[in-house]
Write a protein that binds this ligand. Structure first.
Ligand code: NAD
Length: 265
């Protein structure tokens, strides 16, 4: 038997400084048998992809297009694609950051069965976690699919067609609408990913919520589910979240700085 306190002995705390936060996190990771990371847009900001809600975030420029509007209107589909192409340079150039690399190290160490993400940027897969173990709650924006027949399309092809058709979005050969493979507001959540995220949240003993404002539901329900199922909850986010009072450890610091010590050399 080791002398470390059990996970349950940690009481809710906001780490007073980065050093204390890293030391607590190191203990929690060492004590855990099964760790489930849950990530949001904040983990990718150091990679050059803005989040939604920070100053300068995507919502300060464009309001998200609702799924109902996308399917109802050709103008909205054209506008959705125009907005997507504006962001293409950031998405195409982004490489995994320190947070991604730290979580990939934990995965390789064998304690992380799979990672749950709200992100759509493919950076966890790029960091080396096999796609089968990246549970994407909101899909993936690095490719597109037909909403009718699910045929996959690459963005370079969509852009060529868009430009060739006078800035109009192409449709699928089957007549269906082509959309980035993301889950928009108003669109159904992916059932298989939701089921897997629930199983992971209920069966882990350490849940790491990293870079999420925890306001987008139903995704924000998973930290709560994990905590209620007995897991220790760690929140790493530079701004307060509504769940901070429930957390066993709150790290209100930069994600890259907080997780860099966990990158395996
Ligand atoms: P959010 O924008 O609501 O919240 C991000 C949080 O991360 C903020 O609270 C912010 O303070 C924090 N943050 C940003 N950079 C940080 C840093 N370097 N260190 C510490 N904290 C940092 O994001 P969300 O909770 O993921 O929800 C928004 C939705 O936006 C998601 O559903 C996601 O699909 C989508 N989205 C994804 C991406 C992406 O894939 N990279 C980018 C923008 C939006």
């Amino acid at each position: 038997m080791g002398s470390r306190p059990s996970l349950r002995h940690y009481i809710a705390m906001i780490a007073p400084d980065l050093e204390t936060a890293i030391a607590k996190l190191r203990d929690l990771i060492a004590d855990a048998r099964t760790i489930v990371p849950f990530t949001g847009a904040g983990i990718s900001t150091e990679c050059g992809i803005p989040d939604f809600r920070s100053p300068g975030g995507l919502w300060t420029k464009n309001q998200p297009i609702q799924f109902g509007d996308f399917v109802a209107s050709r103008e909205m589909r054209d506008e959705a694609w125009r907005q997507r192409f504006v962001m293409q340079e950031s998405f195409a150039q982004a490489k995994p950051g320190r947070g991604h690399r730290a979580l990939a190290s934990l995965y390789r160490a064998g304690k992380v069965p799979a990672l749950v993400t709200q992100n759509i940027d493919n950076l966890h897969q790029d960091s080396g976690i096999p796609p089968r173990d990246v549970v994407e709650l909101h899909g993936n924006t690095t490719y597109a699919t037909c909403l009718e027949c699910a045929q996959r399309y690459e963005l370079t092809w969509v852009k060529e067609q868009f430009d060739a058709n006078g800035q109009h979005a192409p449709d699928c050969d089957c007549g269906g609408f082509i959309k980035t493979a993301t889950v928009s507001f108003g669109q159904s959540m992916p059932a298989v990913a939701m089921q897997r995220a629930e199983e992971l949240s209920k069966s882990c003993d350490l849940f790491l919520a990293v870079g999420s404002s925890l306001v987008v539901w139903p995704a924000a329900g998973f930290p709560l589910m994990a905590k209620r199922s007995g897991a220790a909850l760690v929140i790493v986010n530079r701004e307060p979240t509504e769940f901070d009072d429930l957390a066993d450890l709150v790290v209100r610091d930069d994600i890259g700085d907080a997780l860099a010590p966990f990158i395996a050399r």
